[in-house]
Write a protein that binds this ligand. Sequence first.
Ligand code: HEC
Ligand code: HEC
Length: 313
Amino acid sequence: MKMTPRVVLIGSVAILTTIVLIMIVTPYFTVDRTPSEIFRSRSEIEAAGRELYIANGCVYCHSQSIRTIDWGHGAERIAQAGDYVGDHPILLGSQRTGPDLSQEGGEHPDDWHLAHFMNPRFTRPLSIMPAFDYLGRKNIDLLITYKQSLGFKEADDRMTRQREWKEKLISAYESGPVENVAFLHAQVPEGWRNIPNPYPTSAAGLARGHKIYQDFCIGCHGPVGDGMGPAQPFLYPPPLNFTLLKDRGVTGGILYYQIMNGIAGSAMPYFKKELESEKIWDVGNFVAVYFINQSDANTPPRGIDAAYEPIVP
Ligand code: HEC
Ligand code: HEC
């Protein structure tokens, strides 16, 4: 066949039509729109919060989709097509400047989100997320409601757990400082309570602990450990005043357990995903030495005979 302009034109249109049919039309009509097992529809206020999420460009920094290779990006659940059946537009996102938010619901209680939206550096001193205080309290509340719905039914379950613990924590906090500390420690499993800090109180260890404290804790617990960081006005129960732990039988193991797992129902986040073991011991020892004025860190021999440890004669 001769390549006349007419043949070229008809040929190109035919190829383009076939591609559109295969790549767009066929999937549109054959895609499985069965909701996943966690799906539920959104309430009106959750949908209003979603509009704010779109309008404020959150999607430019946050994804809402987790694949197997994305471990470490935030969410625990591998995304299913059926999670998105109610979304128009779908906010998968392509940038991961911040963590993935597909399962953010119930990860933190509402008060943590309030402090974080007012200024992310209140709860995360090194954050580069912009402050959204200009949105006003009403809009921030809508955004929080939307955030807490991410993960649908599983998020609802996590929120139920947050609320149950929040109620218990508030009643412990309102019973007074001694009762509050006793309540917090009663939640730590027996096996952890008597473990002393295995690392020595060395100048280097305390300097590392100081740096970790400034990078992760100072916005809530404050520069002098009295719980009066800039996040304090937004949190209830407020961040713990460490000086209250003096003579209350706190051990390195209790501090480690609380920092590792966080305290459900309170703004105290868990750090097990971002701080390795030694950093948790170091910051715990920093808190013990500088704010509680005690240390149970072992002096040699410490029973750790590992390559990275100084040799104990
Ligand atoms: C410039 C990029 C950027 C933008 C825009 C942004 N964020 Fe973030 N966001 C981050 C970063 C980085 C973090 C991690 C540090 C932190 O927690 O602040 C984060 C953390 C978060 C977290 C906490 C996740 C967790 O569980 O630790 C939430 C919730 C969140 N962002 C929601 C939002 C919402 C809602 C918006 C829009 C109103 C938004 N972000 C806009 C960068 C951004
Ligand atoms: C977003 C605020 C926030 C941040 C950030 C935060 N905490 Fe907390 N922390 C709290 C709150 C709130 C409590 C519990 C208050 C209560 O229920 O009385 C708490 C409790 C604790 C406890 C429990 C003490 C005990 O005796 O049971 C420890 C230990 C602790 N925080 C250490 C840290 C360390 C170390 C960091 C940084 C790595 C940190 N926290 C970061 C808010 C925060």
